[in-house]
Ligand binder design. Structure first.
Ligand code: ATP
Ligand code: MG
Length: 283
């Protein structure tokens, strides 16, 4: 049987979450820091640990079958790969930022200005789309210090909390793109059985992450009101209790409307609400 290869970041912001996701998919492997390749003992898969910049091209060229990388890197390298699944981590946005005391007041005011970035391809497209002619200064890192050194009037860089901008006397000015980690594959190969099996494992882990398992005791008199608040996968399970006026209700609810639902359930008389994490949801 063919052994697949998946490329993930060797070290950096996406490494830990990528390893965690693959382990949660039930894949057993050693997270060797010193080795660039690690075999999975219970699935025909090898993990390649690479610089994130190389991952899209390796996948495009078939050196790796799959990869986990930020959308920003894919856009910047302009490769042709299949987007298989958004992964919900590594969220950030590529922003143009200007010094706090800058006189740049509108996008048009970027005309003729120098913008330092490690993302010249994406920035160039953005400027073209907005009919701005600016001088893109490509540098390989520490972009935030370039306005302070007089090397640029603005920067274009990845921002998550904005703390780095702030500590360098910069403020966000325009959103160029938002990004998160994605699972990518080689175009045309996404329907192979092994790849489909891996995608399904990843999706079952992501689904579980977004959802909680809730067990609660409900007075029988209010059962309809309580089950109306609980969607469940099909509908909640209702289990008889020794006390005949009460039942136990088991269900799963999405994390996003969790707190709203919990307070409404309490108002409807639910008691002893226990919330449990879910490991996987297979549908
Ligand atoms: P490598 O050594 O693999 O080339 P790197 O230094 O280019 O790593 P990291 O800083 O580890 O990259 O970031 C990896 C990815 O994490 C980014 O491409 C981006 O998709 C995502 N990311 C999330 N938040 C941020 C942030 N605040 N700054 C930079 N990248 C972020
Ligand atoms: Mg990189």
């Amino acid at each position: 049987m063919k052994t697949l290869k998946i490329a993930i970041q060797k070290s950096g912001r996406l490494n830990e979450k990528s390893v965690e996701l693959l382990k949660n998919c039930g894949l057993n492997f050693e997270n060797y820091k010193s080795s660039l390749i690690s075999p999975v003992s219970n699935f025909p898969l090898e993990i390649l640990f690479l610089r994130d910049d190389d991952i899209p091209e390796y996948v495009q060229d078939g050196i790796a079958d799959l990869g986990i990388v930020g959308e920003n890197v894919i856009e910047e390298t302009e490769v042709e790969v299949a987007y298989l699944q958004r992964l919900g981590f590594g969220k950030c946005s590529l922003k143009i930022a200007i010094p706090n005391n800058s006189d740049i007041g509108s996008l048009a005011a970027l005309n003729g200005k120098a913008i330092a970035t490690t993302y010249p391809v994406i920035l160039n497209k953005y400027l073209q789309n907005n009919n701005i002619e600016a001088d893109i200064r490509t540098i390989s890192g520490s972009v935030e210090i370039s306005p302070g050194l007089g090397l640029s009037d603005a920067i274009c860089d990845l921002v998550s909390t904005g703390g780095t901008l702030k500590s360098n006397g910069l403020m966000p000015f325009a959103d160029v793109m938002s990004s998160e980690a994605v699972l990518i594959g080689r175009k045309g190969e996404e329907n192979s059985d092994l790849i489909q099996e891996l995608i399904q494992r990843v999706q079952s882990v992501l689904r579980a992450k977004e959802t909680k398992y809730v067990v609660l005791n409900a007075p029988k008199a209010n059962l309809d009101a309580i089950t109306a608040l609980l969607p469940g996968v099909k509908s909640p399970s209702v289990v008889a209790l020794a006390e005949s006026d009460w039942v136990a209700v088991h269900t799963v609810i999405p994390e996003r409307d969790f707190w709203d639902r919990i307070s409404q359930l309490k108002q409807a008389g639910a008691q002893g609400i226990v919330v449990l994490p879910i490991e996987k949801i297979i549908i």
